[in-house]
Write a protein that binds this ligand. Structure first.
Ligand code: FAD
Length: 318
């Protein structure tokens, strides 16, 4: 079933969903099952699987020079999604990114997803590769998530890249996109960012999942701004607990978001690693409870492989 249909059928109830990372190349599905098995009791209707572009690594040669090699550390999502659906009978949402894919490669992935009856995709641009200062599109690929949404929506109308295909099967993908309560970091201002978000909805996207945030006010203000700007689709809050001291710096650096004063204060006052974790978990529980009470369509947890923490949070909220 499509994610948008789950929201429609929920009748105002707040659903729950999880996001998992593919295992590092060389690993198997065990890591994903170990993450998801204990969370299935909460009956998530869907599970997202992230996608990671190739990275450059530098290998030192005998000559002393370094050789730059591109490697994809985490393999594709199609098989993982099929495996999740098969094991748990829930829907899987593969993330599709522009970076690292030609349009033809994207089309082939979409064809495979369609064959497997995977009806959901989250369309994203992807970030800059490590050691690159800005996002570099793939030659023959898309520059923006908007273009990717256009390609998926095209296939939903039976339009394939090969224009000789006159009677192509129409796919039926439900399309999610990313949203940024604290603005996408490259965008000069919120108005422009929202303008592009609206274009993605007009191009066929059905719902938004937000970047993580630690101050619910940011989410509520973002939803209000979206509604004022004519963006009416469901907006799912993305949540991640802060559980380690170093994350006070790494989260703002990696995700371009602010951490509220009270949270930073409580974390810095906590005396042990365990106490820090408790503060982060309790903060996420309170965030989740408030969002649920406000009737958000779904609480979407970025698991990052830390099942025990996510389980504690969800148990306290549901
Ligand atoms: P876009 O919508 O393309 O926007 C990128 C920037 O360009 C923004 O500043 C926007 O305002 C601007 N812009 C948009 N359209 C246009 C246009 N037509 N012309 C000019 N400017 C434009 N990354 C991964 O690599 N893999 C993942 O699995 C992944 N999952 C994510 C899940 C969620 C819920 C979120 C919030 C993010 C995720 N990301 C993932 C990170 C995401 O790829 C980055 O945040 C990326 O920098 C932007 O992606 P986007 O889809 O929002 O890009």
């Amino acid at each position: 079933m499509k994610v948008a249909e789950y929201f429609e059928k929920a009748n105002g109830q707040t659903l729950i969903s999880f996001e998992v990372l593919p295992p590092l190349k060389g690993g198997g599905m065990k890591a994903i099952f170990d993450t998801l098995d204990p969370l299935m009791e909460f009956k998530p209707p869907f599970v997202d699987v992230t996608y990671h572009r190739e990275e450059f690594i530098y290998n030192k040669r005998e000559s002393g020079y370094y050789e730059k090699t591109a490697i994809r550390k985490r393999p594709g999502t199609v098989g993982i999604c099929a495996s999740i659906m098969h094991r748990y009978g829930v829907d899987a949402v593969p993330h599709l990114i522009c970076g690292g894919f030609t349009k033809e490669e994207t089309e082939n992935v979409l064809i495979d997803l369609n064959f497997l009856n995977i009806q959901n995709v989250l369309c994203l641009r992807g970030d800059a590769r490590k050691f690159e200062t800005k996002f570099v599109p793939q030659a023959g690929g898309h520059n923006y998530a908007l273009d990717l949404v256009g390609q998926v929506q095209g296939m939903n109308k039976g339009l394939y890249l090969d224009t000789n295909i006159k009677d192509g099967e129409k796919t039926d993908f439900c399309i999610g996109i990313a949203g940024y309560p604290e603005k996408h970091f490259e965008s000069p201002n919120m108005d422009l960012d929202l303008g592009f978000t609206k274009q993605k909805i007009e191009a066929g996207a059905n719902y938004i999942v937000t970047q993580m945030f630690f101050d619910n006010k940011k989410y509520f203000e973002y939803v209000e701004l979206c509604r004022k700007n004519g963006i009416t689709v469901p907006i799912v809050p993305g949540l991640k607990p802060l559980t380690k001291l170093y994350q006070l710096n790494s989260i703002p650096r990696m995700f371009y978001i602010n951490l509220p004063h009270d949270l930073v204060d409580a974390i810095t006052k906590a005396k042990t690693k365990e106490a820090i974790k408790e503060v982060g978990i309790e903060w996420c529980i309170q965030q989740s409870k408030e969002l649920k009470a406000a009737g958000v369509p779904c609480l979407h947890y970025y698991t990052m492989g830390d099942t025990a923490t996510i389980k504690r949070i969800v148990e306290a909220v549901y």
